[in-house]
Design a protein around this ligand. Structure first.
Ligand code: MN
Length: 213
């Protein structure tokens, strides 16, 4: 199979870290990048993150999953009831655009087009967690998008390795449990944004100072 498959963890408005990470990974047209959701909220520049992802679509095959923060944002925009979202980090997102009204239609279209999961022959990709015995298409929202890893779930019935985000690894390191890899390394909390190549296990990390390791 030509090209690399690389997952990127929870970005949360960390546009500088994303820029540094992408410069280091240097994706090409043959590569598939899968972002695991939570592009917005908490960090300083959600607008800049989505702008970069829109541009990245022109340079590689990009699959963007939905995270619980995209659900909160889209619900808030839909209903006009923004308080819950704002308290969950949405205030920082709104600030990055200047105001709610200035969020470009292209960014809302991007958020709306995000998908619930992705898979290839060896791995599957979801934002938060999974039920081991439930096929990917039938996973409930509260598990797929919201449930933290309390303990490591059993291997998924597909036999594939899970790549997830959502549960911040506050030591800044990838959690590798064999049949499950968690790559939310807590960039907005002052740690690292991770890119993880599934075939090799190679890890790239960048922080919001633009440092790489
Ligand atoms: Mn999340």
């Amino acid at each position: 199979m030509a090209g690399r498959t690389i997952a990127i963890g929870d970005i949360h408005g960390c546009a500088q870290a994303l820029a540094a990470l992408l410069e280091s990974v240097a994706p090409t047209q043959d590569d598939t990048i899968i972002t695991l959701g939570d592009y917005v909220d908490r960090g300083p520049d959600s607008a800049g993150v989505i702008e970069q992802l829109l541009e990245l679509q022109t340079r590689c095959r990009l699959i963007c999953l939905i995270g619980n923060h995209e659900v909160l944002m889209l619900d808030a925009l839909d209903t006009g009831a923004t308080l819950f979202w704002r308290q969950a980090g949405g205030d920082a997102t709104i600030e990055s655009y200047g105001s709610l009204e200035k969020i470009p239609a292209a960014h809302i279209a991007f958020l709306t087009a995000t998908q619930r999961y992705a898979e290839n022959d060896t791995h599957f990709f979801v934002h938060a967690n999974y039920e081991p015995q439930t096929p990917l298409a039938g996973q409930p929202d509260e598990v797929l998008l919201w449930q933290h890893l309390q303990q490591t779930p059993k291997r998924h019935c597909s036999g594939k390795i899970a790549v997830v985000g959502h549960t911040p690894q506050t030591n800044g390191r990838v959690l590798d449990a064999g049949h499950l890899v968690c790559i939310d390394t807590c960039c907005f909390g002052g740690f690292w944004l991770t890119a993880y190549e599934t075939a090799t296990g190679r890890v790239w990390q960048a922080n919001n100072q633009g440092e790489i390791r």
